[in-house]
Design a binder for this molecule. Structure first.
Ligand code: 4AD
Ligand code: MG
Length: 431
């Protein structure tokens, strides 16, 4: 029997007989010929079954095999100019491992709700393959970026006793006799880790009970969060800029076929080079007003405002120094203007909005204590966090980048629901 070969490696086997193990993606028949689109997770290749080349039984099997049946295909690899991958297989034998029932997702168009209900099967389509491969590359690029620059990976807990990003969107759960919350961000723990290890990052799932249905919000999403001791806001901006440029460059370099399959305009990604424009929140307000958007200084930038702002630039824009009143309790205020927080949001171009939020952290014990009481946060739950300002407090900064919004931007997807294998949203817990 021929050796099992993956479709992604097929070019090395021209002229040889191989065994493909996969599923039937699609089929077309005409008289003495069946054209099988065979997929194995690494790619799709056409298998040509000619009546004269196979036993009558095998020809019969090729005739009645249905979409998404699992199949073993033996055949000879031959170059074919019309094939998107340059090769096809002249089939010599076909075995059906499992004959699929009528497959619900056919090559015709389906509505989003239907596809989301069949997400476990939808993942088999080539478009979803491309997205998941880009996601995998982004995750790997993020890890490589920090690992190669002396950062230590430190995992943050999922069960937490307190809120990091405000109390309005906390998922509460019972923890034996106590209440616990699913983590909104690993940041506070990374601050502790940065005081221990200097340069650290965490990468894990985070949770927010987002009641809003938008194309940018999930209730469960993945975030990569670096934190660095002795780093100020300016250094944080440099880090975020270098990091985003690296991640985008890496995907363009290594996942071009996937981006092409998604019909992404790659030139827009190639424009994502340092330096990124840096504007203050107040500059942003002026830009908005200049474009006729009704906006009051002090309000938070919503998705629509972010889109208008980003349209002014061909690469991500870094907006710094928002009003402290609309930002989290832990942010350090600007010594030059205490109404402002030393923070940054990175807004992706093309209407994708905020992909990064971060900034310099409050490092004074007294200021942080009063912030905690102003924000009505439970002091006991933050006692450990305050300790970091008791024992060798230093200026420090970091940020969090949401993986799904980054995937949506890089792939050019309208909605974050396709950026994660099994999305969790306001009205979506299945499958
Ligand atoms: O701006 P956020 O809330 O910042 C933090 O959580 C900080 N503690 C991070 C830090 O400094 N270590 O969230 C950071 C990023 C956002 O820019 C966005 O990309 C993503 O997380 N994000 C979401 N992604 C999908 N769905 C949601 N509901 C999201 N909320 C935030
Ligand atoms: Mg934010």
């Amino acid at each position: 029997m021929a050796d099992h070969v993956y479709i992604s490696d097929i070019a090395r086997y021209e002229g040889q007989e191989v065994l493909l193990k996969g599923w039937l993606y699609n089929k077309r028949s005409s008289g003495k010929l069946h054209f099988l689109q065979v997929r194995d997770g690494t790619g799709v290749i056409q298998g040509v079954v000619f009546q004269g080349d196979v036993t009558p039984d095998a020809f019969e099997r090729a005739g009645h095999v249905l979409q998404e049946s699992s199949i073993l295909v033996t055949g000879v690899v031959r170059a074919d100019k019309r094939s998107p991958i340059g090769f096809e297989v002249g089939v010599k034998d076909l075995e059906i491992v499992h004959l699929a029932q009528d497959y619900p997702i056919t090559p015709k168009e389906h509505g989003t709700a239907f596809l989301m209900d069949h997400r476990h099967l939808w993942l088999r389509s080539s478009r979803q393959h491309a997205i998941l491969r880009v996601r995998g590359e982004i995750v790997q690029a993020c890890r490589d970026y920090f690992n190669d620059r002396g950062f230590t990976l430190v995992d943050a807990p999922i069960f937490t006793p307190a809120a990091c990003e405000g109390t309005t969107n906390l998922f509460e759960t019972t923890y034996f006799e106590e209440k616990a919350y699913l983590t909104q961000s690993g940041q506070l723990y990374m601050e502790a880790a940065a005081m221990a290890l200097g340069k650290v990052y965490c990468f894990g799932p985070t949770f927010r009970a987002e009641k809003s249905k938008t194309r940018r919000h999930l209730t469960e999403f993945w975030m990569i969060e670096p934190e660095v001791a002795y780093l100020d806001l300016a250094g944080d901006l440099d880090l975020a800029e270098d990091f985003v440029a690296y991640v985008v460059g890496r995907v363009v370099e290594r996942r071009r076929p996937e981006l092409q399959a998604l019909e992404r305009d790659i030139s827009r990604l190639e424009a994502v080079k340092k330096p990124f424009p840096r504007i203050s929140y107040s500059d942003a307000v002026d830009i908005l007003k200049g474009k006729g958007v009704a906006f009051t200084w002090g309000d938070d930038l919503g998705g629509d405002e972010e889109t208008v702002l980003a349209e002014a630039f061909d690469r991500p824009v870094m907006v710094h120094r928002y009003p402290a009143a609309i930002k989290a309790f832990y942010m350090k205020s600007d010594p030059d203007d205490p109404r402002l927080a030393l923070c940054v949001d990175v807004l992706a171009p093309e209407g994708y909005g905020e992909i990064i939020g971060g900034g310099q952290r409050e490092d004074s014990l007294e200021t942080l204590e009063s912030r905690i009481s102003e924000h009505n946060l439970p002091r006991e739950a933050f006692a450990w966090y305050l300790d970091l300002r008791r024992y060798g407090s230093v200026p420090h900064a970091g940020f969090g980048m949401g993986i799904e919004r980054t995937v949506a931007w890089i792939c050019g997807l309208k909605h974050v629901r396709e950026t994660i294998p099994f999305p969790r949203m306001l009205q979506r817990l299945y499958p």
